[in-house]
Ligand binder design. Structure first.
Ligand SMILES: [Zn+2]
Length: 355
């Protein structure tokens, strides 16, 4: 008996037998190739494919939940008049707290100061110079006229005599010089900020850039906040000037007053200048303020959509018992013992003006 083994097929014959299988599989292979090609061509499909292929992210260890920080009274401190000297800014930036810095256009160190502030991650706003009123201590000239006794707000300033177009263009140019800024406040402006129509021309450029306005309130009846409200801008008002009188004890007292206001009202905004005395007080007092439960915040945190029927700042002053704006036109704000326009003049006079 012979057990026959099937005759060995040649490789060519075996390939021939497998041919129908290959033919059947061909459309599937083509379809897969087509899908792959589509996936490579289409960004959406490619990213989906990549997400499938990507290993799952490692599961993070659960972080123990810290108890929510109590919402302490909020105080914003703004340092005006940046651009004359670097040294005080470097000192202020070493304070580990969210201070807001307001840079002036076209001053000798404006660009460098802005760069330092941004590099250190602090908030930067434009300090827009605006026409100031003449006043007794500044000579007896006519109001607002060059050389006529009004303090000079300097390069990049806007004046009441300018057309709305020129005012807007000037502010646009100043804003354009600092792409990093998130808001704007006024330098001087006791004459300019009273004029609602001119203020509107000044604030319009903030709209498209989504910048906020801080009304420095260098005059009791500034229209700045009300105009910002009408335009739908985020806005905030200055409560206390820290260094109208450049004296460490006085500056410390003003800072305590700002903190007291923050405690009673929930929030407050103080403006100071880079005088060595102010810097010294802030270096010394800010750690104490933080320990006492005051929460320092950027001015932009306090800038919310402004109240449309915002009363002029001066009526707020009279509401809390201060003199009426008629009786004391330069009185500024709730809880503030400010007496005049000293801030808008002092701050610039006492700083070197550079070349
Ligand atoms: Zn200023």
């Amino acid at each position: 008996m012979t057990t026959g083994t099937p005759p060995k097929k040649s490789p060519a014959a075996r390939n021939l037998e497998a041919l129908p299988l290959w033919l059947a599989a061909a459309p599937l292979v083509l379809a897969l190739a087509g899908l792959l090609w589509l996936a490579v061509r289409s960004p959406a499909l490619r990213s989906r494919l990549e997400s499938w292929l990507r290993p799952p992210p490692p599961v993070a260890a659960p972080v123990p939940l810290a108890p929510p920080a109590p919402a302490g009274p909020r105080l914003a401190i703004v340092i005006d008049d940046l651009g004359y000297q670097k040294e005080p800014i470097e000192r202020l930036l070493r304070i580990q707290a969210p201070l807001t810095f307001a840079v002036m256009p076209g001053r000798p160190f404006s660009r460098q100061c802005a760069g330092l502030v941004v590099r250190e991650g602090r908030e930067l706003i434009l300090h827009q110079p605006m026409e100031a009123l003449a006043h007794a201590s500044n000579g007896a000239g006519a109001y607002g006229e060059p050389g006529g006794g009004a303090p000079d707000p300097g390069l990049g300033a806007i004046y009441l005599k300018m057309s709305a177009e020129t005012i807007t263009a000037t502010v646009e140019a100043n804003l354009g010089a600092f792409p990093e800024i998130v808001g704007m406040n006024n330098h001087m402006g006791s004459a300019f900020t009273r004029n609602a129509a001119k203020m509107e021309a000044a604030l319009r450029p903030l709209l498209s850039r989504r910048l906020y306005f801080l009304d420095s309130r260098t005059i009791g009846d500034s229209a700045g906040y009300a105009v910002a409200a009408r335009l739908g801008l985020r806005a905030v008002r200055r409560d206390v000037f820290l260094d109208d009188t450049i004296d460490s004890a006085r500056i410390a007292a003003q800072l305590r007053q700002a903190a007291a206001l923050a405690r009673s009202e929930g929030q407050a905004l103080a403006i100071g200048h880079p005088h060595p005395e102010t810097v010294g007080v802030l270096e010394r007092e800010i750690p104490e303020l933080l320990k006492s439960g005051i929460q320092l915040v950027y001015a932009g945190v306090l800038a919310v959509p402004a109240v449309r029927d915002a009363a002029p700042a001066s009526s707020k002053s009279s509401r809390i018992g201060a003199a009426s704006p008629q009786a004391a036109p330069l009185l500024r704000g709730r809880g503030s013992a400010d007496k005049g326009q000293k801030s808008e003049v002092n701050s610039d006079r006492s700083l070197p003006t550079g070349p």
